[in-house]
Every structure is written in structure tokens, then in C-alpha cells.
Ligand binder design. Structure first.
Ligand SMILES: Cc1ncc(COP(=O)(O)O)c(C=O)c1O
Length: 400
């Protein structure tokens, strides 16, 4: 099995149209055009590890899909994974299960803040961060990242000001960061940690992309900065991005502090969310137990895609700016040299280039003039998208 997954062919095209794939089958509704090549929503065009598929088929062949238990082996596989891949030691008691990371963020906001409280975010950032705050009657407080020649950094002075305001109760942190692809260094995380400790602000750390980090970078779990663990942290992780099983709806909330854990658990119980998808449980456990070789192959492939993007852009789209992501399979393209507003750029990408990327403006006003591209596809598909953009830019550049 490990051999099969180690030799997995990521170049193989697996048609997804007609499989109920949001990325491929909702193109018409999302972009208003059916002939758009989709490189948007964050899932992958690759098959999950063979071990996962085999486990699901084996279980699906038993025709009763009724209420399931939550096996200790699931927790153990996750505990072993975070120790092995992130050198983070956690206890089973700290873990809560949930049907996804965004629902977990909402549950934690509800549990650890009151209506009217401020929640700090660092835009440009994953769009549901805004909604999870606003839709629950909390206030969005922006600590925008600073862009320095395409590379993004944290504005610590501004962060300190926001943390010092007693109305602001939580920092919703994205690590690694979607969409800018930063893998925060230990030094950067330590500064955030110290400031949050100083002002007694809890950190909701979304680490869903933590397994997707490229060769020269290393993910540090925010909670591991404490001694021995940061009690003011809640960490969100899942197999969903790493192993392409987002449709199976399972994620982990790690809460080392007993009091905070009880509050989040009470929200889970209040909403009767304390049961989980049978197939999500099996897929996550199997992926964490047997997925290392496959993931190592995936990371190698994705990093080459990131290099291909940067190389192509430098040589053939020189006015488009991109910095190689340090982690995540997402890249943040700066089209500001061509387009002065988001609508012009979005119309150009869909109508002229016929590619479906995520509009930068959905990541906050800082994203105007940017688009996010999803690199988790076969290299031939990525190259086709880039050639489409190149040709369309050539065609319009006389008129710009
Ligand atoms: C930072 C971040 N958090 C959460 C999610 C989605 O999590 P889920 O599907 O488990 O709600 C994504 C998906 O793109 C993401 O990028």
C-alpha cells in the first residue's frame, strides 16, 4: 500500500465533471460561464491515498450506514500524526470532533466571546473568517498584513493596538496563511504569542493547511509555543485539505485548557453536533495512519507546480507579480499592473482568459486587483490555465 501511494502518479487526469464536484460542476453558476477552466475552491484534482479509498469501499460494501461510534483509534491516529509531523504532543482529552473547520471556528467564537465583542483577523484572508464573525453578531477588527514586494508580514504595532482594546476578545489566526501562502516562522509566532499573552486575548489558530508546507519551511503549531502548551489557544486541524477528503466532513478542535474546552463542548452539545460522519472518521483515521508516503509525494509535486507558476509568470507574464507560496496549494497573483479595479480583473479572467480563479476582493478590500489560483491540479492543467491568461493578456494589452 505504502509503495503504491509512494509511486502515485499525480500527472494522471481524473475527470471530475459529473461527480457532484463543486469546483467542476458549479462552474456555470459560480462564474456564469460553462467553458471556464476551474482553479478556484481549495480542493485537489488528485485521488486520495489508495489506502483511504480501499477502506471506504470495504466499509461501503456493508450496506448499513447507521449510527456509528467514535473509535479511540481515530484519536490515536491523529495524536500520532501531530507528534510525527509537527512534533506536538497532545492528549486525547484535549480533542473535540466537529463537522468542519469553519463550523469549529463558529462554535469557538460563540463559546469564547459575547455578541458585540471584537474578533481580530489579518486580511487579506480566507473569506469565511469575515462571515463567521459578522453572522454571529461579533465585530470584525482588521489587522491587515503588510505587503512588501509580494511577501506578506504581520503588522505588530497595529496588532498590539488592537489587542490592547479590551473589547477585542479573540484573534482568529490563519497559519499557514490562506491566500498569501506564508508559513509563519517561530520568531513571528512568538511575537504574536507574547502580545496575546500580554493582553490576555485567546487565539483561534486555523491550521488546516499545516501539513502542506514546502521544503525550506517548517510549520510550528501556535499552541506549542506555551510551556508546555498555550492554554489560551484553540487549534483547528483536519485531514480534509491534506488528503482531499473535504466532502466527508470531519475536523479536530484541540483545546488544552479545560475551562475553554468545556465551553466549546457545551456549544457542540447545544447544537447537537456531537456525532460525526462514518466515512469521515474512517478516511481521517486511515489517512493519518497510512498517508505519509502519499503526502510526501504530493508535496514534491505541488512544490514543482509552484515553481512552474513562478517560472512561467516571470518569463511570460512579467507584469503579473507572484511570490512562491511557502505552504498551502494556493498562490496569490497580483494583476494590479493591468487592472485598476476588481470587477475589470474578474471579468477579464472569466470572459477573456476563461479561467475560474478566486476573486481577490472576497479576501478583503486588500485583495482588489489580486486573484487566488489553486495549484492542486495536474501540471498540464495548470499550464493550460497560464497559457489562457497569457493569450488573453496579449489580446487586451493594446487596449489597456
Ligand atoms: C484557512 C481555511 N480554513 C478552513 C477551510 C475550510 O474548512 P472546512 O471545509 O473544514 O470548513 C479552508 C478551506 O479552504 C481554509 O482555507
Amino acid at each position: 500500500m505504502a509503495d503504491f501511494d509512494a509511486n502515485f502518479d499525480f500527472n494522471q487526469i481524473i475527470p471530475r465533471k459529473g461527480t457532484g464536484s463543486r469546483k467542476w460542476d458549479a462552474v456555470d453558476t459560480v462564474f456564469g460561464s460553462a467553458d471556464v477552466l476551474p482553479l478556484w475552491i481549495a480542493d485537489m484534482d488528485f485521488a486520495s491515498p489508495e489506502a483511504v479509498t480501499r477502506k471506504l469501499i470495504e466499509r461501503a460494501s456493508h450496506p448499513i450506514y447507521a449510527y456509528n461510534t467514535q473509535e479511540a483509534s481515530l484519536y490515536q491516529a491523529f495524536i500520532n500524526w501531530v507528534k510525527r509531523r509537527h512534533n506536538w504532543e497532545i492528549e486525547q482529552d484535549w480533542i473535540l470532533l466537529a463537522p468542519g473547520v469553519v463550523p469549529s471556528i463558529v462554535l469557538s467564537i460563540l463559546a469564547l466571546s459575547e455578541p458585540g465583542d471584537g474578533v481580530i483577523i489579518q486580511p487579506p484572508v480566507y473569506p469565511p473568517f469575515f462571515d463567521s464573525i459578522k453572522d454571529n453578531q461579533r465585530e470584525i477588527v482588521e489587522n491587515p498584513l503588510i505587503e512588501n514586494n509580494g511577501r506578506y508580514e504581520i503588522d505588530y504595532d497595529d496588532l498590539e493596538q488592537k489587542l490592547a482594546d479590551p473589547k477585542n476578545k479573540l484573534l482568529l489566526f490563519c497559519s499557514p496563511h490562506n491566500p498569501v501562502g506564508r508559513v509563519w516562522t517561530r520568531a513571528e509566532l512568538s511575537k504574536v504569542y507574547e502580545l496575546c499573552q500580554k493582553y490576555n486575548v485567546d487565539v483561534l489558530s486555523d491550521e488546516i493547511h499545516s501539513d502542506l508546507v514546502y521544503s525550506e519551511h517548517k510549520h510550528t503549531v501556535f499552541a506549542s509555543l506555551g510551556t508546555p502548551v498555550c492554554k489560551q489557544s484553540v487549534t483547528f486541524m483536519a485531514a480534509s485539505k491534506t488528503f482531499n477528503v473535504a466532502g466527508l466532513n470531519l475536523s479536530f478542535i484541540v483545546v488544552p485548557c479545560k475551562r475553554r474546552r468545556a465551553l466549546i463542548k457545551a456549544e457542540i452539545n447545544r447544537l447537537h453536533l456531537n456525532r460525526n460522519n462514518l466515512f469521515g472518521v474512517l478516511a481521517s483515521e486511515t489517512a493519518y495512519a497510512e498517508g505519509d508516503a502519499w503526502l510526501d509525494g504530493l508535496l514534491e509535486y505541488l512544490e514543482k507546480n509552484a515553481d512552474t507558476l513562478v517560472d512561467f509568470t516571470e518569463k511570460r507574464l512579467p507584469k503579473v507579480k507572484v511570490v512562491k507560496p511557502e505552504g498551502t496549494y494556493l498562490a496569490w497573483l497580483d494583476f494590479r499592473a493591468y487592472f485598476s479595479n476588481a470587477k475589470e480583473l474578474d471579468d477579464f479572467l472569466v470572459q477573456k482568459a476563461k479561467v475560474g480563479l478566486n476573486s481577490g476582493k472576497t479576501f478583503g478590500r486588500q485583495g482588489e486587483g489580486f486573484a487566488r489560483i489553486n495549484l492542486a491540479t495536474q501540471r498540464s492543467v495548470l499550464l493550460e490555465a497560464l497559457v489562457r491568461i497569457e493569450k488573453a493578456l496579449e489580446a487586451v494589452s493594446d487596449t489597456l
